[in-house]
Design a protein around this ligand. Structure first.
Ligand code: NAD
Length: 297
């Protein structure tokens, strides 16, 4: 049986570690500010945004929320973006995805001022990450890196397989693992929906990061004994629960835990880290924009 990686505990350590930095910035008259922009009435997006606002409140980051009617012309969103780019009290912000079909998503990503782009999706920030000069590491892969570090998982020289090649998880995750830097130096393979014989790849891996969005697709027989398994997947499946659904990962936990040495549960693994690293990026943004030096955990 593998040991569970406790994402709630590591996320709580990250938040505690940010507290000094937030206090230092606030004492200097620059309380960090994070804005969320929502142009959607999708309940899941509404929940994500309200969780981010609650996280801010808990650590003393000033939360700002902007809501745009999903039926409104795209220019209303771009005006709000211009406004946030200009505000001194907002050091970081994000536009909750997905945006409606009539809004050009790529233009949204390009319009966010790179120094306030705490999601790390702007092409300038993607380029800097790939070049080994990251400004903001995207929150989920950064959180995975912190989890591996917290559990002393050696990435240097390890064979790592990332399942998924999205812009927000798979690609930046692979980029971080392959960098010549602490938490990197892994021999990294990226698998995706067109990969031939996925199991043959994952069986060779010391570290598997599953980010495909396919419920329980990684089973114990696809893993090598003693491997480290990080399950990024959050899949909502119908279930006989109060809410009518449950959240399950991309890894079949019961069979995987028999093979792995360390494994992240869902929930309570990567999810809390994604939220903590958004706060981390916001504090970094505030420090860089105000010139107030702080130590980041
Ligand atoms: P996505 O749909 O954008 O990308 C999925 C990727 O998986 C694609 O690149 C695709 O090629 C690959 N894929 C799909 N089916 C596959 C298969 N059968 N075999 C191999 N590869 C396959 O999804 P995403 O935004 O990267 O998110 C992935 C999962 O992670 C989702 O469940 C999402 O909800 C979850 N997620 C969790 C967090 C978190 O904080 N824990 C954050 C972001 C996303």
């Amino acid at each position: 049986m593998a040991t569970d990686i406790d994402g709630n505990a590591v996320a709580s350590d990250v938040r505690d570690g940010l507290q000094d930095a937030i206090d230092t910035l606030a004492d200097a008259g620059h309380r960090p500010g994070l804005a969320t922009v929502l142009m959607s009435d999708d309940p899941a997006s509404e929940t994500y945004v309200s969780m981010k606002q609650r996280d801010c409140e808990e650590v003393g980051i000033e939360g700002v929320h902007v809501e745009i009617d999903p039926e409104a012309p795209a220019e209303e969103l771009f005006d709000a973006i211009d406004d946030l780019n200009a505000r001194d009290d907002v050091h970081g912000y994000l536009v909750q995805m997905p945006v409606p079909d009539h809004v050009d998503k790529r233009r949204v990503i390009r319009s966010v001022a790179p120094e306030k782009d705490v999601d790390g999706f702007h092409p300038e920030n993607v380029g800097r990450l790939v070049a080994g000069d990251a400004r903001f590491k995207p929150c989920t892969p950064h959180g995975v890196q912190k989890l591996l570090e917290a559990y002393d998982v050696e990435t240097e020289g390890a064979d790592a397989v990332v399942v998924g090649r999205s812009e927000i998880v798979g690609k930046p995750m692979a980029n971080l693992l392959v960098q010549k830097a602490p938490g990197g130096n892994a021999t990294t393979t990226v698998c995706h929906s067109r990969t031939d014989d996925l199991a043959a790849k994952t069986r060779e891996a010391d570290i598997v990061v599953a980010a495909a969005g396919v419920p329980e697709m990684i089973t114990g027989d696809m893993l090598s004994e003693g491997s480290v398994v990080v399950d990024v997947g959050i899949n909502r499946v119908d279930a006989d629960t109060e809410k009518g659904y449950e959240l399950i990962g991309d890894v079949d936990y019961d069979s995987a835990t028999e093979q792995a040495s360390l494994i992240t549960p869902v929930p309570g693994g990567v999810g809390p880290m994604t939220r903590a690293m958004l706060l981390w990026n916001t504090v970094k943004a505030a420090s860089e924009q105000t010139g107030v030096d702080v130590d980041l955990p």
